[in-house]
Write a protein that binds this ligand. Sequence first.
Ligand code: COD
Ligand code: ZN
Ligand code: ZN
Length: 358
Amino acid sequence: MRAAIFVEPNGPMSVEDVTPTDPGPRDVVVRITASGVCHSDLHVISGALPMPPPAILGHEGAGIVEAVGAEVKGLAVGDRVIGSFIPACGVCWHCLRDESHLCDNTYTVMGSPRAVRADGTPLMTMTGLGTFAEYMTCDEMSLVKIETDVPDAQLALVGCGVTTGVGAALNTAKVQPGDTVAVIGCGGVGQSVIQGARIAGASVIIAVDPVALKREAALGLGATHAVDPGEGDPVEQVKALTGGRGVDYAFEVIGLPATVAQAFDMARSGGAAVAVGVSHFTESITVPSFPLVLSEKRLLGCVYGSAQVRRDFPRLVGFVENGRLDLANMITRTLPLDDINEAFRAMTAGEVVRSVIV
Ligand code: COD
Ligand code: ZN
Ligand code: ZN
């Protein structure tokens, strides 16, 4: 099968013929029908998220089950599935508390090579998935069955960006009707936060992004205001739009300590900053002590939108089916697997909200 391989830090990916390893009894073989290109894949290539090459990247994908191992109970050949980039065992302490994003058994299924290069080198896969390929072999824990007519490219986005972003608003922050929200960084994940805030009934949703295309997309997907940080301090611009008070929730959706600090400063007294982006693994986030305590501001971490994927994937797909969640307008372009490096170039250049490999 063809797969895009991360071969060297900051280098282009190499699209090659590789040989899948034999599936185990709990494994499922999925024919990938669509795979979104998320900035976290680029974080691996740049070294911000540590993962040694060579590896098959891609963690935002949908597909069709081609084969199942003898011990697979919940899936059958022909099922439509979305990959969960955090595997969800369903029975551990966290999974039993609807916190599959913190599943205790996550790493048990991420450590197996899933293919071999022509020279015999084993290939690991990003988060146990590896969706930048024609097929992926993964544990049953990493898949959620979906019955829907939503197109493949849109379904793929649910695997990461949409669940992360909408979940940040609905699950992590628990935005309430009438709340005020700012979103710093309006890529695929940030636009999903904006849509989540709209679905929750936020009264003010301020999109902050230096790229005009992203600000325009945000206004089309539910933002009520757009702020260009190039036109002056974004904290002051957000405060000016909220009567000088700041917002109930400020989401950082880039992964930079400086913008996490902006989010903290944008939150009102008693409000919260929500860190969705992960800064380089060597960095720390610092917040000023007085506002943390005396203004009771909170700083919340958010991984995978605090999602219970077996509950939330079908819920999000239902929002799409009923016109509440607009994924069609988040997909700027679709490309073949051979053009994967062009998708990363376009992301870096700020030309797309989301590219999808089909
Ligand atoms: N102020 C405002 N916006 C900015 C600034 C700034 N100073 N700098 C860049 N931006 C904007 C860009 O113009 C762009 O629109 C946006 O920030 C980033 O968008 P994308 O499309 O490049 O990134 P996403 O949406 O695909 O990913 C964002 C994440 C936060 C998920 C990602 O970067 C990240 O932190 N990944 C690591 C965390 C992780 O592993 N998450 C789980 C898997 S995704
Ligand atoms: Zn992602
Ligand atoms: Zn679990």
